[in-house]
Write a protein that binds this ligand. Sequence first.
Ligand code: ZN
Length: 568
Amino acid sequence: MAYRALYRVFRPQTFQDVVGQEHITKTLQNALREQRFSHAYLFSGPRGTGKTSAAKILAKAVNCQQGPAPEPCNECAACKGITEGSVVDVIEIDAASNRGVEEIRDVRDKVKYAPSEVRFKVYIIDEVHMLTTEAFNALLKTLEEPPGHVIFILATTEPHRLPATIISRCQRFDFRSISAKAMMDRLRYIAATENVEISDQALALMSRVSEGGMRDVLSLFDQVLSYSGNKVEVDDVILVTGVVSQSVLAEVTELVRQKNASGLLEVLQRVISEGKNSEQFLNDLLMYFRDLLLYKTAPKLDELQHRLMGDDQFHGLSQSFTHPFLYSIIEKLSKVSQDMKWASHPKIVLEMGLIRLLESEGNSEQPKEAATNASVEDLLQRINQLEQRLNQVGQVAVSTPAAEVMETPRKEAMRRVGMPSTVRISENRIREVAAGSEPEGLRKITGLWSDVLNRIKKKKIQVHAWLLDGVPVAVGSGGLVVSFKSAIHRETTEKPQHRQIIEEVLQSVWGQRLDLLTLMENQWQEIEATTRSTGASEPQGEENKEESDPFLDEAIKLVGEHLIHIKD
Ligand SMILES: [Zn+2]
């Protein structure tokens, strides 16, 4: 059977299944029980909160051959036909896609005819705020004197864009963002039905990033499942969503508490080298500080309890800040977020912003350390000077995305090997392999590479997924060097159990043992260049250093040399 998306499979078919909107479903069910229907309903609320699902269920409940009943039976011809969309009397119109002029004119012409298959003609108009003025006027005419056999259900994410004349003719229901708890309960139910094992932290993170939208969280769940198989951990969700993990955010927060500027910049660099973008990082950090403030203010808040499930560091961190300090951090981060939108170099703005977080002194409940503060002030002063210089002088370009960093040609001030990474590279061994690598051997392993990948895939599909990012760049002296674009792919490939699988496959394909040696692409460029030019196997020192420029040196000290390249 073809794969069907979770949000289709688990689309609610009864009011009971509509998650987190009990205030609405109860009211509708009471009306159904007493057979008091309105002829026009307005369902408003954020996307993915169940508006159109509830509309379809209502259409079935009024038309069910066993009803009208508080729940549709979902068994009779009417219910089944409406679920499939084959009943001509239940008409769904998407106002967003065609703005509805033709359809609404059609509605006005045909609304007077009695339904042919079921009890009530039901018009479901989604994103109704998108209708043209002309279509609104036509709709209004119909709503003024609706025939008894017609029910309109208007759905919208933006009720404020509807004319008051329309709203006043409808019974209005406001759908809420789905609470973390309701969402996690539903996900747990779906996981159990699908035989998926999933950790609480993974559930909490999925509901956090989906911000109350059920359709979003189910699409995300689909993606995570296609990646992770039937056992889902929080790391899988982090990888698929690109969010920054809670532990990294806690680390950043701790560094803010310690007023450790260089530590902050190092973490930022690490996060970006793992392929996250600056905006995502800032957004996640902002949410984290907001949660700290919420937690400090109302630690028992239900929503928060669920979102923070399994995060033990949180309590301690929230205790080490005062309210005013947290307010000021959140304000500063919001400002950085706005500045970044217009910046040509958002990462620089973010770096400056992070350092500015340390400016507010005396607000943290920690004792101040005079020496650290002095160096922070010094740093800030230097940043101000640097910013002025950046505005005045055109000859230094500062690049932002990680990809660009890697593409920066060697001659442009790339003096040290690679970016910080938690897994060290065996530089001497790599140089040895590089020195012994012949073009013929490299051609051979490149030709065999898809075979290697296929065999690994059969042994363990995740290892295959990680290794896909790698490219064989040198083979010889009993070793194979593979270069990676993404640090997280490289690091996960290096895990002992993964390395073992890869080396076993390499041995069977290559015919003799090959040690797997990995490094980042830019590290390889550096090693390749120096190995070729000198043939030496010792690491290269600083002798290639360009002529010194005091301003450039200053900039490098502040933002790291990997961010700066000189335009000729
Ligand atoms: Zn039925």
